[in-house]
Unconditional design. Sequence first.
Lengths: 671, 201
Amino acid sequence: MKEFDDFNFSVEKYTKDLTRECVGGSDLQQRKKEIEAYNETTAATLKQTCKKNYMEFIQTAKEISHLESEMYQLSHILIEQRNILATMTDGKTSSHLKAESLEAESSTAAEEVENSHATRAVKEMVQGFNGNLEGKTFLNEGALIELDGNDYRPIQRVFFFLFNDVLIVCKVKHDKRLDFLTEYDPKKIAVINIKDLDGVKNAINIITPDGSKIYQSITAAGKTEWIEKLEEAFRFDQQKKPKKGQAPQPPTRAKQQSKSTTPEKETTPQSPGEPKSLEDETPEWLSTASEEIQTLVAQRHFEDAQELIKRTQDFMRNESRKKVPLADAIESKMKQQELKLINVLLKELSNSHNRNLQIALRAAKRPLKILVEMGRYRQASATLLKVCAVSLRVAQREARRNNADISELFFCDLTQVACDFLTAFEQQPACVSALVVWCNAELQYFASQLIKHYLTKGTSLESVAKCVERVRKPSTKLTEIGLDISYHLEGLLRTTLESLIEESKERLLDSVGRTEESWQPYNLQTKSNLKRLLLELDVLGIDVRAQATGDTWINLTQSTVVFIRHFLQLTEYCGCLAKCETLLQSLELLLKELFIAQHSLKPPSDMAVDPNFVMKNKIFLVDNLLPIAIDKFRQISGRQCEGLRELHTKMSRQQGAPLPRQRSVYTTDVF
Amino acid sequence: MSKKPTAGPALHKVIMVGSGGVGKSALTLQFMYDEFVEDYEPTKADSYRKKVVLDGEEVQIDILDTAGQEDYAAIRDNYFRSGEGFLCVFSITDDESFQATQEFREQILRVKNDESIPFLLVGNKCDLNDKRKVPLSECQLRAQQWAVPYVETSAKTRENVDKVFFDLMREIRSRKTEDSKATSGRAKDRCKKRRLKCTLL
């Protein structure tokens, strides 16, 4: 039966061939039956294939619609997010103003901006919408999903623009373009909050002249907002009229006028003794003062606001109060305004923190000044110090990361804060104690940072000395402004430093005598080496030229020379650290024990050495090195190193006695 | 891809009407969730849907809980249009709410243009019988005039709550079967009826 599938199959030819092939009618009948059977099976397979394809098609379609609805949801979420971002960036500058006082002027201005914004958006984005939007008030916009009324499946993504008298419904196309679908009069639609609908969340039902529609919002908040806004649109005309009456009252020009006039012009008619004011119950500025303050605060004219409050209070305090019938009400209102202003200022103040302390302090200056004038010392000082603490710590962290000198920075910053603080709260001695407490806390933090990052275990005495030196120097400078914190700082660092000294002592003692000692004079090999060594020791304050012999020799052992250099360096560091009395003892001990260790070094018994040479090294240590070290220590630290002096007297006395004997030994050896 | 509406259970749309504070939402919530909500928060327009078994047959009830407050009066038309049956609720402790039912009835008839629309007069708060302001006889008289059933309920004690919803659903159901059975002849009949009423009003 293959030939049926042939492209060139021709019925005539096939029948001819068939008749030619077949013998007799019965054969032909047989052939006919076969062909019919084939026909049937083909039809069946065709049907089957068709069905299979159809099923596949349905399956795919289902999948597509499923994915489509998911896409709706996704892009809906994205739009929502974009809106949030937009409002955040838009509202950033004005948000706190708005929050603080919903003062009519700014809101009308914002409304206007929003109106034009939305109108433009509709014009630009919506295809096929030609309605006029001039003069309409924009209320809300947003994406929603239209659901099927029967099975609540998403049908399409829509975007609503709601104005006071029109609701524009657009279809969101796949390329994010909006296609105008229809518009409704908000007064002719009814909104139903769907509370329970087979698990469909956040849906609203809008009954429109062309039927009831279900729209779904992504968030519950979005749904409530739509319900509210749609109702607002529904009642817009009843509501807006009285509102409109109020709104024009305080806008820009009125405020500027009053701002300039209030201080000068209005004080004159208010002067007591003027006959008019006797009958006049409430001066005009007083009755509007509360609103005026709100405006001023919102415009961030804090000084003016404060002045107005003060003026009102002054006015209330003197006798003219009796002429004002609503004095109590005004007073309480004023109190509220005052509190509000204070809160705003405190917030402002706490927001002024910055990485850079200078900037933070500068930003804090203005609210600080007003708060001080309003008598809010305590709150202001506490907030200021909090702000400073943040800046200080951030700056320190940054400096540490950049390997900058944190001590200098810390004390400079501290000084700066203290100076600014003292000038700001000059008249308030009570606040100074707050400053002291704060300084203390910061100092503790600083010390803990120092210990954590710079005075870790195993730090060499040299770096410890440098670090401590860096801390001490600026800390003493603080006394210039009457703040002495060095003692406290020493106390904070003391235990750490002591343990560090102890640790270095052990390390140093351990290293003494580790070097292989040949007990031979030190050969520096070249003249220049010798010269360099001599110079180096000169710098450290000891002259060993007397010991130099020949061109390259020093008549001391190598370890003695190394020790001399090392010991003098250590003396320097210890001297630095010993500037504070508390550490003196442990430092002395360190030097002393180290010296004794070196001094008591003995050549091993099996080594043939010149005992006189050994003695010579020791004598040099006691007679030359020790006095120089003592002197050096005193010079640097400003304190006597009693321990070393005792050691010196003791050792020179010891030396006195055995010396001749040694010599006699030597002579006997020679002879 | 075919979006054939799945032939699910029959849907009966019930609308709660009545003055503010008579207990429409309380009745609805009691029916929906078996709970009595004490705190009063004026409703705007909430809708609920629930599957229930009505005389052995599974049906869906869609309840639209409307605002009783006067300031929503203008928007009511829009809601009423979608209703198939109405529970007109008043509080037996508040005569004004009882008087207001007259107005609701008229508005419904005007919107639906159908005198025999499924409708129940419901006197709520019958647990507060000691504070009753509307005599039972008066209620029954009004129900008679309108030719509708009168039921007293209590959302608090759940008395007759299910009854009013199920009674109304039954009426709606019978109206629907009547309508679907009614071939052109009968439909014409009703058209006539309607036209008559229009002229009356």
